[in-house]
Design a protein. Structure first.
Ligand code: 0RQ
Length: 496
């Protein structure tokens, strides 16, 4: 029952998901809550998908980041998504994107809210929002904030799912701040990860709320792979690197605020910090994953600021169980703030993200398999990579059982130019690119990070390119730069 989670004056707006779903029509743009499979609307999208199956129509879906099966999955399977932005991780949706059926716009996550407010992307018709509760002042988000405050501000109409599976203890964990837009923008007054600068609710005039839908469907968070030997090594390399930074006076003893990306590798790297002797760690990131709860439980976490909780299913239960403890040291902000270049640069964040492939000069591909097929999206990796104090990219040196080298002559798609990459870490070792020219970087990356099985053919490429270009700034053989990828497509392996 949601009656104790909404103001009495709104009781007559409570309807079923099916009734709310009737409001949606072909061509509408929905600004939905949700960031990773956390805090996204569930009951209404399922009901919209049912309508689409009977009478096909398509909508545009804008969110914080990825969402769960009830939104991306159900609508993609119903063939109901025309345009999607800015990030996704859902298999049916990914297949629709890579079959030309969905117009997918892959964006820096920090830029979405501003661009939506400014009208760069078109207009939002409906904000569809999961909430813990509604008060006279506004809407209280659940396990993520994402772009929801701005979507509510820009939309004509707001439809709220009040989710009773989300504990009321979440109230007070959010810090909602919507910057003024240029030319009136002011400095964002965050100087420490834990600084509170906004409200605990998302402002919304109550008359803008069209419907309120009760929902008790839980977040479908994603399981994490166990930390394997390769990931454990990458974690250890990171701890060793940061210890050296401290020893050489480039970083304070308590490190600088940590950011870590999504996925198995990023989570395993954080696990490496749990068994290290670092203490009083601060985290300024977008996703708060299981590893952060491990750090908190080990008494090593001073504060974690993010825009979403993205635990595994077990991690979510652990979070709910001890929420009062975690509440003291964790906070969720809009992604425009959690990923804000100004704040990331000011705090001096250590950015740790995963690549699909890295080339011998340090360019990074985070998004496209063999240069054409979208995996997930750039997400927040670019927001952090360019602006961080120290930017590290991780990848296993090989993929698909050794058929693919993740170190290639030239990336088949580039999300992060070499200018944004300080260090590359694989299970083989560490390439420190700082203060190195492209020719020095190539040897550092091939010798330290490539798998020994691929090192000879990478070195051979580099040496022939060096000779052919007579030692050019960035030696390449243009007709061979993508030969590893071409060989994989032709023979099923990048090996010669
Ligand atoms: O495929 O699942 O089919 O086996 O890519 O690879 O090694 O499990 O790594 O889960 O950490 O994901 C870059 C995708 C890595 C992710 C990426 C295949 C591999 C496997 C996954 P299978 P792993 P992870 C802030 C940060 C961009 C967004 C970002 C990502 C699958 O980290 O989306 O950084 N990053 N956001 O087999 C072909 C290669 C490959 C390859 C790996 N070279 N070629 N396939 N794979 N390397 C968070 C947010 O923004 C929300």
């Amino acid at each position: 029952d949601i009656s104790d989670r909404i103001p009495k004056s709104l009781a007559d707006k409570v309807v079923s998901a099916e009734t709310a779903a009737e409001y949606f029509a072909d061509g509408m743009t929905i600004g939905a809550s949700g960031f990773t499979p956390s805090g996204y609307p569930k009951a209404v999208p399922l009901a919209i998908a049912e309508r689409m199956k009977k009478n096909p129509f398509k909508v545009n879906i804008w969110t914080g980041a990825s969402t769960g099966p009830e939104l991306d999955g159900a609508l993609a399977e119903a063939g109901g998504i025309k345009q999607r932005l800015p990030y996704q991780t859902n298999t049916p949706l990914r297949n629709a994107i890579n079959s030309g059926l969905v117009n997918y716009i892959d964006m820096h996550l920090s830029e979405v809210a501003q661009q939506s407010r400014e009208g760069f992307l078109g207009k939002i018709d409906v904000a569809l929002v999961e909430a813990v509760a509604i008060t006279e002042e506004g809407i209280i988000p659940s396990t993520s904030v994402g772009n929801t405050p701005s979507f509510i501000q820009s939309a004509d109409v707001v439809i709220v799912e009040v989710n009773t599976s989300q504990p009321m203890e979440l109230v007070g964990m959010h810090d909602i701040y919507i910057p003024l837009d240029p030319p009136n923008r002011l400095p964002i007054p965050i100087t420490k990860a834990g600084d509170r600068i906004g409200t605990t609710f998302m402002p919304c005039p109550l008359e803008k709320i069209k419907y309120i839908v009760p929902c008790d469907i839980t977040d479908k968070t994603r399981a994490l792979a166990p930390v394997d030997e390769a990931a454990r090594k990458m974690g250890q390399f990171t701890v060793d690197l940061l210890k050296k930074e401290i020893a050489e006076g480039r970083m304070p003893k308590g490190l600088l605020p940590l950011q870590s990306g999504v996925g198995n590798v990023a989570n395993a790297v954080i696990a490496g910090f749990v068994s290290s002797d670092f203490t009083d760690l601060e985290v300024y990131t977008e996703v708060i994953q299981d590893g952060m709860f491990d750090l908190a439980d080990a008494g090593k976490l001073k504060f974690a600021s993010g825009t979403a909780f993205s635990p595994s299913p077990e991690g979510l239960q652990r979070f709910y169980k001890d929420i009062d403890k975690y509440k003291k040291i964790m906070m969720l902000r809009p992604q425009e703030i959690s990923n804000n270049p100004e704040v990331v640069r000011r705090l001096g964040v250590i950015a740790m993200n995963t690549a699909i492939e890295v080339d011998i000069y340090g360019n990074v591909n985070s998004t496209h398999v063999t240069g054409t097929k979208m995996m997930n999206g750039i997400g927040g990796s670019g927001d952090f990579a360019r602006n961080a104090y120290l930017t590290i990219f991780y990848t296993q040196s090989e993929a698909k059982g050794g058929k693919i080298s993740s170190i290639v002559p030239f990336c088949s798609h580039i999300d992060h130019g070499a200018h944004d990459v300080d260090v590359v870490i694989t299970e083989q070792g560490v390439a420190d690119l700082r203060g190195k020219c492209p020719r020095e970087r190539a040897l550092e990356i091939i010798n330290n990070c490539a798998h020994p099985d691929f090192r000879p053919i990478l070195l051979d490429y580099y040496e022939r390119a060096l000779a052919a270009t007579k030692g050019a700034q960035t030696p390449h053989l243009l007709d061979e730069a993508l030969s590893f990828h071409q060989r994989f497509l032709a023979t099923g392996s990048m090996q010669k």
